[in-house]
Design a protein around this ligand. Sequence first.
Ligand code: ACM
Length: 259
Amino acid sequence: MKPEFGKKETNLKKALRLMDKATSDLLVLPELFDTGYAFSSREELAALAEPFDKSETVSELKKYSRETKTVVIAGIAEKDKGKIYNSAITILPNGRKHVYRKLHLFYKEKLYFNRGNGPLEVISYKGMRIGVMICFDWIFPETARTLALKGANIICHPSNLVLSYCQNAMVTRCLENRVFSITCNRVGNEDRGGNSYNFTGFSRVIAPNGNVLAEGSKVKEELKAVDINLKGAEDKRITSLNDIFEDRRIKFYNIKGKK
Ligand code: ACM
């Protein structure tokens, strides 16, 4: 998608139009898909962020999820108790919802958003064991690793990528964890308030062996659908003698963290 900054209703309608082009079990939208990205102040962000229980976007996505029996994951700015998070909501067809608040904020997000508190959790639904992370979380391999060690078989990754490394790096994230990933990245650019961002597109669905199963355009808005067999994420062996989880030498990795 190419969200228009601040036009929540327009962006939501556009997303719903794209979403109607196929049916699926699991659907991922970009990070901050209804607000756009290039905030220039905390006040501007505060005017667009919403508590999820009062959000028109969330209630429309819930309706879509219930009617089409699709798990929907969407990046949305979330207001909660005076804080504002760069969040991703996971909506299940049975009405349940889970919220992930971005742990690793990128660049000027640090000026406007509160640092998120996760959680890195696995959401189980009809054989899917879904882990969620957002955009810049990719550069901290601990994020995908933690989700995979907790049992995720598919990592969903709403994004607004501006650096050019992630699409290829996600091949490694999938290989080193033997999981599927869906990176849904926005396209287009935003130039406002002295900030200019070019978003890199090329959304990808990647398999545990690193194969790219689907790839979006660099510039075009579109919906891509692909069939995957989640059994591919169950076997953590990379040779008959190497299980990438069992072979970890955890005691050698034990560095005391500060934060
Ligand atoms: C990013 O985390 N939106 C680059």
